[in-house]
Design a protein around this ligand. Structure first.
Ligand code: ADE
Length: 233
């Protein structure tokens, strides 16, 4: 087992990177990959940059050059479901690009049955187990994440809810999921809510990105520890 751990920005993953032991930095495509071990598990962590192309490039490099067996994406997201509060965490169930036409994915490569990339069920189950057993102060939910190339505010919020019925929106998850799908690599996304993708989203993001990012990283760390304990196919 070798786990690729991706965060879009410094804030979303650096705390985790600082905990990696015997770390060696390897560079590809202007990205720094932190190779080492976390609690005895081989990991390769990386700041991929914001938006979809960066996330896709990073994921493919993790798979090709580092031969990771699993991928976890950690970070923050805009909440689209009313029940969500700042700091709550979403574990991906299925993930879609909200800015790619259905036909592009269904009628052309990779000829998908529908627009949703499904996260690995063993990884989801592991997340759920942790959510139940650990003292995690904010709520966690398993559900749908949507991804596009822009920061969502009030203008698009309602339309996206109507089209996809998602829990949250971000700018990288569907790309990581897409790259993992075509390479048959199990993945899961963990995202904590920094804003509600509404008129106050920019302010809320600035005020809450640090705490939300930490929540997501904390759960990522617990998952890695648990995967070591139970093993993973
Ligand atoms: N990541 C965090 N908040 C977001 C938002 N409102 N839209 C897109 N990505 C986000």
């Amino acid at each position: 087992m070798k786990i690729g751990v991706i965060g879009p920005s410094d804030k979303e993953i650096m705390e985790f990177i600082n905990k990696i032991c015997d770390v060696k930095i390897v560079e590809y495509a202007m990205l720094k990959f932190y190779v080492g071990n976390y609690e005895g598990v081989e990991v390769v962590a990386v700041i991929c940059g914001v938006c979809k192309v960066n996330a896709a490039i990073t994921t493919q490099i993790l798979i090709d050059k580092f031969e990771v067996t699993h991928v976890i994406l950690t970070g923050v997201a805009g909440g689209l479901d009313k029940k969500l509060k700042i700091g709550d965490t979403i574990i991906s169930n299925d993930i879609a690009h909200h800015d790619v036409s259905k036909e592009i994915l269904i009628e052309y490569h990779p000829y998908m049955k529908d627009i949703y990339f499904r996260a690995n069920s063993q990884l989801i189950n592991t997340c759920e187990k942790i959510m139940k057993s650990k003292d995690i102060s904010n709520k966690c939910y398993v559900g749908r994440i949507i991804t596009g190339e822009r920061f969502i505010t009030n203008n698009e919020r309602e339309e996206l809810i109507e089209r996809f019925n998602p829990l949250c929106v971000d700018m990288e998850s569907a790309s990581v999921a897409h790259a993992c799908y075509v390479n048959n690599i199990p993945f899961v996304v963990i995202r904590s809510i920094s804003d509600n993708a509404d008129e106050d989203a920019s302010n809320s993001f600035k005020n809450n990105v640090n705490i939300a990012a930490l929540n997501s990283m904390k759960i990522t760390e617990e998952i890695i520890k648990e995967l070591k304990f139970i093993g993973c196919n």
